[in-house]
Design a protein around this ligand. Structure first.
Ligand code: 5AD
Ligand code: SF4
Length: 362
């Protein structure tokens, strides 16, 4: 006999078939899925939301991912690199407003000069914040040595999305060469864990050629890799990229939105104590995207604090919200919105993944 939907929701372990069933929930079943995710979230990580000030360091990138607006091959975008002073100014803003943590994100660059510049920046950020700001990096695939240098200079969390855990799908959305190799990406996640970082990954939802089964596998990948944090959101097509030619194969944007929310909810139910971010791409396709993600299990938000002049240039996808989030008034609005979802914004804490501390205390 087929299991009822409510029986599935109450389980403690899930098969791929169960996950697909949850991912495809509609109407009342979707409501029950969201309610269960909210319950698990409040039981395991509490009704709290942590802030990370997001600084988009640069949109130069050595890679050519077929979906990304800042891929090397896109000649129709302006490129920028934030000067040190702008990064430090954003960090001071985060520190002064008691954000607790920042994320330094940028395209993948690997020159010696760049690696040591980041190392220096990290030390300066630690210094200006009296060692108080937590630092997450999202700077792509690097050597073990680089990961170690940056860790020793003060970064303690690292985000590297697997994009899709289905190797064949991964190969369809990346050029076939050594710097876009699936196995290398998985190896980097392992290196990061070995170095001592709390490690985040994530996937894009609603990619061309992606099936519900692939998404279920993505969730199991996250679980089996013992990942501490996840940021995942809808794929949004970008005109100046090769993947745009498949736009007619995509789910309508509204469906990608609900599917992304169900992914967040199912991930919360599956992994329980990890940190899950309500990502910008969700907000880009729906004005309530971020709030909804919080209601169905996300517990981290990353307000963009990149200094204003540069913010419009960093475009991974189109329709990216560029509203300025960096003044005190906007933070107040944000806190009110979070409150309206029944959650409390936590200030002045790193907000580390409980999953990470749980696995190190057992
Ligand atoms: N739509 C949605 N997300 C995208 N990313 C890159 N391009 C797109 C796109 N077109 C995501 C990738 C990457 C992160 C920095 O942005 O998942 O890891
Ligand atoms: Fe570069 Fe990341 Fe875009 Fe790929 S997804 S082109 S690595 S910024």
């Amino acid at each position: 006999m087929q299991k009822s939907f409510d029986t599935i929701l109450q389980q403690n372990s899930f098969t791929k078939v169960d996950l697909v069933r949850m991912l495809l929930a509609k109407g009342e079943e979707q409501d029950r899925l969201f309610a269960q995710a909210a319950k698990i979230r409040s039981q395991y990580v509490g009704n709290k939301v942590y802030l990370r000030g997001l600084i988009e360091l640069s949109n130069h990138c050595r890679k050519n991912c077929l979906y990304c607006g800042i891929r090397r091959g896109n000649k129709q975008t302006d490129r920028y690199m934030l000067p040190d002073e702008a990064v430090l100014q954003a960090c001071e803003f985060a520190y002064k407003n008691n954000f607790g943590s920042i994320v330094l994100q940028g395209g993948e660059l690997t020159s010696k000069q760049y690696v040591s510049r980041i190392e220096n920046l990290l030390m300066q950020i630690k210094k200006l914040s009296n060692n108080e700001l937590g630092i997450t990096l999202s700077l792509g695939e690097q050597s073990e040595e680089t990961y170690r240098h940056w860790f020793e200079a003060g970064a303690h969390r690292y985000l590297l999305r697997i994009e899709s855990s289905n190797c064949e799908l991964y190969e369809k959305i990346h050029p076939r060469n050594i710097i876009h190799d699936y196995n290398r990406r998985v190896a980097c996640l392992k290196l990061l864990q070995k170095t001592g970082y709390q490690v985040g990954t994530g996937v894009m939802i609603g990619l061309p050629f992606q099936m519900p089964n692939d998404l279920a596998q993505d969730l199991l990948f996250i679980q089996s890799m013992d990942i501490d944090m996840v940021g995942m959101g809808p794929y949004i097509e970008h005109k100046n990229t090769p993947l745009y030619q498949y736009k007619d194969l995509l789910l309508p944007i509204e469906e990608r939105y609900w599917l992304s929310l169900r992914m967040v909810a199912v991930l919360r139910i599956l992994t329980k104590d990890i940190n899950i971010a309500a990502v910008t791409a969700l907000q880009a396709i729906h004005p309530e995207g971020r709030n909804m993600a919080i209601q169905v299990g996300a517990n981290v938000i990353m307000p963009n604090i990149t200094p204003g002049d540069f913010r419009n240039i960093y475009k991974l996808y189109e329709n990216k919200p560029t509203i300025s989030q960096d003044d005190e008034d906007n933070i107040r609005v944000l806190v009110e919105q979070i409150k309206s979802t029944g959650n409390e914004t936590v200030f002045g804490k790193w907000g580390d993944s409980l999953h990470f501390s749980n696995k190190h205390t057992i």
